[in-house]
Design a binder for this molecule. Structure first.
Ligand SMILES: Cc1cc2nc3c(=O)[nH]c(=O)nc-3n(C[C@H](O)[C@H](O)[C@H](O)COP(=O)(O)O)c2cc1C
Length: 186
């Protein structure tokens, strides 16, 4: 009887610890004019980030650059290209969540010139996420899952296989995006 009680207690504690694992979604996303979607009110990556938070109970942390990117797509890609070439570190607004307190972190960004947008580098260089588990997800318009090698390098985290969703699918075909997301979350 004692043995059964012990086993039950162990199972119960294990389940509640798994549910308690602190989960966080860190993401960057830009609204305004973008490729293949016109001018949008909510960024493509943000749509996926919010779905993940709703499905996993994770908190949301949005990385917001101090200096906004241009609203026009052509201007934005020109600025982003220069930043990548310069290996710039654009500042981001202060956040009220400390990502170092989380165990399991979903990291989302739009692929920009084959990499993460540069404010993500500024962000990850500020915090120590070495040894944490990171699940990367991106939205893109053809490059697929890009930028993960540098995400791994800058965080030193255990990066698991990522998810890539077309931006226009996240924006305009949410049921399809959700199906891909559910598969990945499993
Ligand atoms: C500055 C910039 C650079 C981009 N570079 C790429 C790229 O290299 N490869 C790609 O597939 N899509 C690229 N795109 C498209 C975005 O990755 C795509 O539209 C994404 O869904 C935007 O997400 P967001 O709305 O969350 O910012 C680029 C878009 C912008 C604005």
């Amino acid at each position: 009887m004692k043995k059964i009680l012990f086993i039950l207690l162990t199972i119960f504690m294990g389940a509640s610890m798994a549910a308690d694992a602190k989960k966080l979604v860190i993401y960057y996303s830009r609204a305004d004019e973008n490729y293949d979607v016109g001018t949008i009110a909510k960024g493509n990556t943000e749509i996926i980030a919010e779905m993940i938070a709703a499905k996993t109970g994770a908190k949301l942390l949005k990385v917001e650059p101090v200096k906004e990117y241009p609203k026009a797509y052509d201007e934005c890609i020109a600025v982003a290209k220069k930043e990548l070439a310069a290996d710039a570190r654009p500042e981001f607004k202060p956040v009220n969540i400390n990502p170092e307190e989380y165990d399991e972190i979903y990291v989302g960004y739009p692929v920009w010139w084959g990499e993460m947008p540069m404010p993500m580098f500024t962000f990850f260089e500020k915090y120590n996420l070495k040894g944490k588990t990171i699940h990367p997800f991106v939205t893109h318009e053809g490059s697929g899952l890009s930028g993960v090698a540098r995400l791994k390098k800058v965080t030193g985290a255990n990066v698991t296989p990522g998810l890539a969703i077309y931006g226009h699918v996240a924006q305009n075909e949410r049921a399809k995006a959700e199906k891909d997301l559910d598969k990945w979350l499993k």
